[in-house]
Design a protein around this ligand. Sequence first.
Ligand SMILES: Nc1ncnc2c1ncn2[C@@H]1O[C@H](COP(=O)(O)OP(=O)(O)OP(=O)(O)O)[C@@H](O)[C@H]1O
Ligand SMILES: [Mg+2]
Length: 297
Amino acid sequence: MREVVDLAERVSTTASNVLITGESGAGKDVLASFIHLMSPRAQAPFVKIDCATLPGELLEAELFGFERGAFTGATEAKPGRLEAADNGTIVLDEIAHLSVDAQAKLLRVIEEREFERLGGRKTLKLDARLIALTNVDLDEAVRRQAFRADLFYRLNVVRIHVPPLREREDDLLQLVKHFVSQYSAKHGRKVVGIAAPALAILRAYEFPGNARELANILERAVIVARGKRIEVEDLPPSVSAAVRTGSAKPMSLAQLEAVYIADILASTGGNKTETARILGISRKNLYEKIARYELKA
Ligand SMILES: Nc1ncnc2c1ncn2[C@@H]1O[C@H](COP(=O)(O)OP(=O)(O)OP(=O)(O)O)[C@@H](O)[C@H]1O
Ligand SMILES: [Mg+2]
């Protein structure tokens, strides 16, 4: 992630187009905002358009704007997002969904830095940085001829790949702290940290939904937590289950032991004698492990 942020910082000072790739929830939008905020255009508009939700013609109307009478229903002229983004940054989310027509028009805009509103004659200048986002493999879409190669090259001047959360081991703890304090404040809670076994579970979990999923898990955990720390029992059962059934990253023996002891403690309602009996260890040994792993006792 440090390399990602470093590259983003370097590109932010230029006006270059940027292509940001990464799985859903990895943080492409967040990175696009970061590039805008770090850029000399930070005071100018940051405009986003989602290419996946708007059907072809509506998308073009949104992007380029239209003059009165350009199509049925165009009772008034309306500036498009490209105009709104004047001097600023325009983010094209889910760029792979752009229709073939829109691709051709966008290519022209990028090459000539000029465009017209739909049904308009006046030529307008484009002075916005373009950031395109995609969670599909655009190279592959180009090979399938679903995406224009020439447009792809124009967008792909600088490509930044946001890695999936499961590969960002150093980043996970930072994000956990960030979300815990954010949601603690939002919900008026005093949760300040996370217990070691709960963190071990998050470290092992694969996060198919990436940072978005982590945020959801921690918002819920902050709401249900009884104490100042997030415990294993505050995590969604599906997450702990994925880790226990081995459909996650491998854990160290110590992490596994901590999670397992926390489980048994929870199932006995915190009864030390019963827990020690089930685990086949002495009460003294159990207390040592509780202290070592900072378990809730
Ligand atoms: N580095 C980060 N710091 C803080 N929050 C983050 C970070 N990365 C992602 N998030 C949060 O995770 C959620 C998903 O991030 P984002 O919308 O940027 O993902 P995305 O890659 O654009 O996903 P999608 O392809 O589904 O649109 C957001 O709520 C965002 O605030
Ligand atoms: Mg997004």
